[in-house]
Design a protein around this ligand. Sequence first.
Ligand code: NAP
Length: 292
Amino acid sequence: MRRVLESSGREVSRIGWGGMPLSLPPRPGPKEAVALVREGLALGVDFIDTADVYCRDDHDLGHNERLFAEALRGHPGRGEVLVATKGGLRRPGGAWVEAGRPEALRAACERSLVALEVEQIALYQLHAPDPEVPFADSVGTLFQLQREGKIAHVGLSNVSAEELAEALALGPVVSVQNQLHPLDLTALEDGVLRACEQAGVTFIAYSPVGGRHDREAVLAHPALVRAGAQLGVGPGTVALAWLLTLSPNLVAIPGASRIETLRASLAARDLALPAEITATLDRAFDAPRGRR
Ligand SMILES: NC(=O)c1ccc[n+]([C@@H]2O[C@H](COP(=O)([O-])OP(=O)(O)OC[C@H]3O[C@@H](n4cnc5c(N)ncnc54)[C@H](OP(=O)(O)O)[C@@H]3O)[C@@H](O)[C@H]2O)c1
């Protein structure tokens, strides 16, 4: 099951891998993490989402990018793996703080090029708009970095439909990465997913299994547990397969710090949900399908 990151011309599987759990405490040791990434690559992972700020704090920036770079070093299929990263946040004392000034974004991009061991970043995403900085200044910097060849494609994250429209007026945006999981369908209700579909921009669903906050509730949800039992897969696999039915434009990036969960997520690539199960899940999560 493959999906083109529409306007970038790159094809990736609709289930990628979000790197955050490999670098936020509690995190696996570096050797264990690199071995896990190599196992994931062997299982066909071809889309990796990372960020400079997937780390403990500002002294540890690039931790996650360096893990993936090490795992990909010498990997025969390295050229087939799309590694997307982000800039625009900082981690002072472990907090998450916007840092969208042009000079901060430029410095972050330069650091990511080194951490990822690449000459050009395949997809560079603005992690979040900075309320202290005009949005056009932050996005404009990414387009400037693209013109300089440091970035192949520009993406956004944590944006509204209006912000996407503003960015598209400045240049080509290939992706929007916002939260979407069965218990948080905001992106379907606030118009972002529809705006992506209309503009041919890929929607990247983050925290698709609920993230740190809602993972337990998603995995214990009776409708997902029941559907999983019927299909012989886990509730996380069903959740991901169901998310993929919400839009042909959607790619999900579940996180994993264990091979079992990575395997469970990748199983969603090939799971076609029977129509009656999809309808049951639509009702269970009150999905605004067709009402968008
Ligand atoms: N742009 C942003 O602002 C933003 C914000 C948050 C996340 N993200 C991105 O989105 C990625 C995913 O989000 P996330 O890591 O917060 O949450 P998530 O994908 O919902 O996953 C959270 C945890 O659920 C477990 N899990 C994953 N898939 C599973 C499955 N199929 N079955 C059972 N359990 C499963 C994993 O546990 P184990 O660790 O035990 O394997 C994982 O660590 C991040 O890694 C990051 O790349 C972006």
